[in-house]
Ligand binder design. Structure first.
Ligand SMILES: O=C(O)CCC(=O)C(=O)O
Length: 284
């Protein structure tokens, strides 16, 4: 039987079912819920909305708040807003790093790139075309950079799953260009699929872990449900891999070390790194 690392090498991505528990994800979900609560309270105090939708569940509240004030998501993902110890604990979680260790060895750095994505119903902004992550991370295509993607709610066909083209990482980085009305650059020659069976649609349960490399083609479908498809993602590479001045390099740090078999960075160190860099002022 194929091992996880063989599957990953062949397909360019891997889903590990039930990698994390509810309690592993709960602290980050609490941080996101606090951001939503703070924003709703602010809008209420400004008189923009007349209800803060306090009783609404996590997967509906942010959408209800935005709908009530006739607004939409302004950004595809939250970064600075969710910077927290809970986020750090998930990025450096032993269960997450154990999966990565099987794929890239036991000297691992976190690249500094993290997002929490509120994918709203029928939203174009978070519906992403076929792409390879290296298209948006200049000069990374010759190294391995891994994205860990974690659903914070169950993901079904209806609420906007990710789709992958298995094995598409083996042809290298394609050429990308900007086209009108697309937030993200798109491949000049979109990947060809001879049939729908070439495409793998990833329905995932909360607690599953997806890891994919920087060259595999994937896209994010429209959320046709009436609730938010929340997810979070972080990027890693082997310690010492050049980040070539990527925008998040200032908050990159080692997270697993072969010698000590431990996480060499603490929350205190990472938050000090964040505070002293100008990085924190750059994003929402
Ligand atoms: O979370 C999503 O919907 C899209 C994620 C994605 O395409 C990426 O991280 O490259």
């Amino acid at each position: 039987m194929e091992t996880n690392s063989e599957k990953f090498a062949e397909h360019g991505y891997l889903v590990v079912q039930s990698a994390l528990s509810e309690s592993d994800l709960a602290p980050l979900i609490a941080v996101v819920s606090e951001v939503v609560d703070a924003r709703a309270t602010e809008l209420y105090k400004e008189g923009v909305i007349s209800d803060i939708y306090e009783e609404m569940p996590f997967e509906r509240r942010w959408h209800a708040v935005l709908k009530a004030c006739g607004r939409e998501n302004e950004v595809f993902g939250w970064h600075t807003l969710v910077f927290s110890e809970a986020l750090f604990n998930l990025i450096t979680h032993q269960k997450v790093l154990d999966v990565l260790e099987h794929l890239i060895g036991s000297d691992i750095q976190f690249n500094g790139d993290f997002w929490v994505r509120p994918k709203l119903p029928n939203e174009k902004l978070t519906t992403l075309p076929w792409h390879q992550d290296s298209a948006y991370m200049p000069d990374t295509e010759n190294d391995t950079h891994l994205t860990v993607w974690l659903p914070l709610v169950d993901v079904k066909l209806k609420n906007g799953p990710l789709q992958f083209l298995p094995g598409s990482h083996t042809s290298g980085l394609q050429t990308y260009h900007r086209v009108p009305n697309e937030t993200f650059a798109v491949p000049v020659l979109p990947p060809t699929t001879s049939s729908d069976t070439d495409i793998d649609t990833l329905e995932m349960q909360k607690g599953d872990l997806l890891v994919f490399n920087n060259l595999v083609f994937h896209r994010s479908l429209v959320n046709h449900s009436d609730s938010i498809r929340w997810s979070t993602d972080f990027r890693f590479s082997r310690t010492g891999t050049s980040l070539n001045g990527l925008w998040h390099e200032a908050i990159a740090c080692p997270v697993r070390e072969h010698e000590s078999e431990q996480c060499p960075t603490s929350w205190q160190t990472w938050s000090a790194q964040w505070e002293t860099s100008s990085h924190k002022d750059r994003f929402v």
